[in-house]
Design a protein around this ligand. Sequence first.
Ligand SMILES: [Zn+2]
Length: 258
Amino acid sequence: MNQLNIYYDIDHITIDLKYFFIIILDTMKTVKYFNFSPFIDNNISAIISKKNQNLTEKSRVDGIKYFGKKFKLDHQNIAIPVQTHSSNCKIIDNYGIFQNTDGIITKNKNITLSLSIADCCPVFVFDKKLKTRGLIHSGWKGTVDKICINAIDKFLELKSSLIDLKIYVGPSIQFCCFEVDNDVGDLFYENCKIRKRNKKFHVNLQKQIMIDLMSIGLKEHQINASEICTFENNDCESYRREKENSGRMLALFGEFTI
Ligand SMILES: [Zn+2]
């Protein structure tokens, strides 16, 4: 009986030590991220995690909570869209998980918007007067379905004036590396694609997004875009490069301190 108790105790100690080391390692681990805030507004935080944060499609929700914790964000303040490559945008006023949504927009300063990406364009939209924020997932499908225009419509519903908006298109697979088949290439504007010798197209997501935004009245100086190509940059996760093994980069957009 005594022996059993001893074993039980040892087992207990082992577990405690294991947790102790996990906590130490966790504290030492630094989260690496891109900071795009200066391109948008000094009073707002717009960041995207770099590669190798062990964030995958399956662990997306846990990953967002974990990443958020590093910035002292309570997960109860984070809005998480379940992205489906749709052109659906939602105005939200609380945290939680939003089904079948690829763009979330909020006026609520307590809410941090999130998004996960690996090659698609993360688009940050900010109204510098009303402080409304939007975070949009625009892959090839969202782009040709004009999700960014849908997002701007939601800003207008929330009484934004176009002139107050600032837009930043984050890292994505770029014109240099984004090869698609004819059926997809056909959906892009003539000046946003080039036909290659193998009869496939290279398409330019960023340019198509910018053309669409300018077609509804936004000016060029209101829109900035990252030059980082996720396919080529080893700090980025890339679905095209890593296939099923690809992790995800997480975008957070909110009034938190970094
Ligand atoms: Zn490239």
